[in-house]
Design a protein around this ligand. Structure first.
Ligand SMILES: [Zn+2]
Length: 411
């Protein structure tokens, strides 16, 4: 699933570095260091804080400074990169790591963070290309999706491989929309009968409508339609971006958005519907604004904007580092700034909750995705973005969004 995803050529980076201690109050400057690239695990690109001057408050009266914010972002990037250097992590989530570095490097306003994320991503993208010289003849829909994701992420760094892309284009039509997206958006709305991976034996091939696992006979959890839908939205976004159709087009999936409104899920513990609603909404925003490159007009997505504003506090209350960043990121795309008390609360939360290793979230979590993804989102929540004005990834959907918004404002 893309959601769970998304050089040995020796590159030497040489630049000033600082040893950043585990507390942001002490920074010891070190000698410039030479960095090795991939292959040698555990190496990291070291970073220096942008400014030696401490003490510019984030806003009047803030207990945190601009310098602390910058340093927190760089430490977070360093954490993600360190985990991406671990062979197994990169094998499992390579495309997602590259996409993470790409989207941050494209969106950051701060030049130092931008260039660091770019170097990290480019280095990983080169490795990915070397490890994926061709599309296996027996690739199934899942693998084709993953390779399309990696290919798109590598192309975003300017690393094109025409032969590989041609192979993907030839392989993609071998499967149908249902294989890639678990439903066919041309003929049906997002369904409520897709079983999740079996909690007991891990089987992921239980057919739609199954209530018990065909392997171990345990009861299956059924995925919400929000979950199925936004996974499909991401898959088709990647496909359309790169010109490799993965079962259907982005607009085929987006057109079901009105069927998911209004958003009634209320925050409560273990409420999958609420979580999936949040991530469905944030991924409408991400796929429409090219992952934080464009601002979006709240008038195009009034219900989504309202839902995010209403529920941001919940993410803070729930101590949910991952969800909070998605809220902040997308709300800022709609125009909120650090003048807004909601965004301020979120930033202060992150600055008060960074782990000693530079990550955010549960340090004891074993699944590396659940370690680097909250860190990615925290970085996003803390960062200033270089917005390219209002825009849409796919300008042709504007009319559709306007029609829906107009329909809602009519009495
Ligand atoms: Zn099972």
């Amino acid at each position: 699933m893309l959601r769970k995803l998304l050089c040995l050529l020796l590159i030497t980076f040489t630049f000033s570095s600082a040893v950043i201690s585990h507390s942001w109050t002490t920074t010891k400057l070190a000698e410039p260091s030479r960095l090795q690239s991939a292959g040698s695990s555990g190496r990291q690109i070291r970073v220096a804080p942008t400014s030696k001057i401490l003490g510019h408050p984030l806003w009047p009266g803030s207990r945190f400074t601009e310098e602390q914010r910058e340093r927190a972002v760089l430490r977070g990037l360093n954490f993600i990169y360190r985990t991406a250097l671990v062979r197994r992590n990169f094998r499992d989530y390579g495309p997602d790591y590259i996409w993470c570095f790409y989207t941050l490097s494209a969106a950051f306003k701060d030049e130092r963070a931008r260039s660091l994320a770019h170097r990290m991503g480019l280095e990983r993208a080169r490795l990915w290309r070397r490890e994926h010289p061709s599309v296996p003849a027996d690739a199934d829909a899942g693998l084709i999706s993953e390779l399309a994701y990696g290919n798109d992420a590598a192309e975003s760094f300017g690393l094109r491989d025409e032969e590989f892309r041609e192979q993907l284009k030839r392989a993609a039509p071998r499967y149908l929309a249902r294989d890639y997206l678990l439903f066919d958006p041309l003929t049906e709305p997002p369904p409520s009968d897709v079983p999740d991976e079996c909690d007991y034996c891990g089987a992921d091939d239980n057919p739609r409508g199954s209530l018990v696992c065909h392997v171990c006979k345990h009861k299956l959890t059924i995925r919400t339609r929000y979950d199925v839908w936004y996974d499909a939205l991401i898959t088709t976004y990647v496909g359309d971006r790169s010109g490799i159709t993965l079962g259907a087009h982005y607009t085929d999936v987006l057109k079901w958005l009105p069927s998911l409104r209004p958003y009634n899920a209320k925050p409560s513990e273990k409420d999958e519907e609420f979580y999936d609603t949040v991530y469905a909404i944030t991924h409408i925003v991400y796929t429409l604004n090219n992952y934080s490159q464009y601002r979006l007009s709240p008038q195009l997505l009034p219900q989504e904007f309202e839902f995010l504003k209403t529920n941001l506090r919940e993410a803070i209350r729930e101590n949910d580092a991952d969800m909070l960043g998605e809220f902040m990121d997308t709300l800022r795309s709609f125009g909120l700034t650090t003048n807004d008390p909601l965004i301020r609360r979120g930033m202060e939360y992150y600055l008060a909750h960074q782990n000693p290793d530079g990550s955010w979230g549960d340090r004891h979590e074993k699944d590396i995705y659940l370690r680097y993804h909250p860190t990615w989102n925290a970085i996003a929540g803390l960062s200033e973005y270089a917005w390219q004005g209002e825009g849409l990834s796919f300008p042709e959907v504007k009319q559709l969004l306007e029609q829906w918004a107009e329909g809602m404002s009519r009495p």
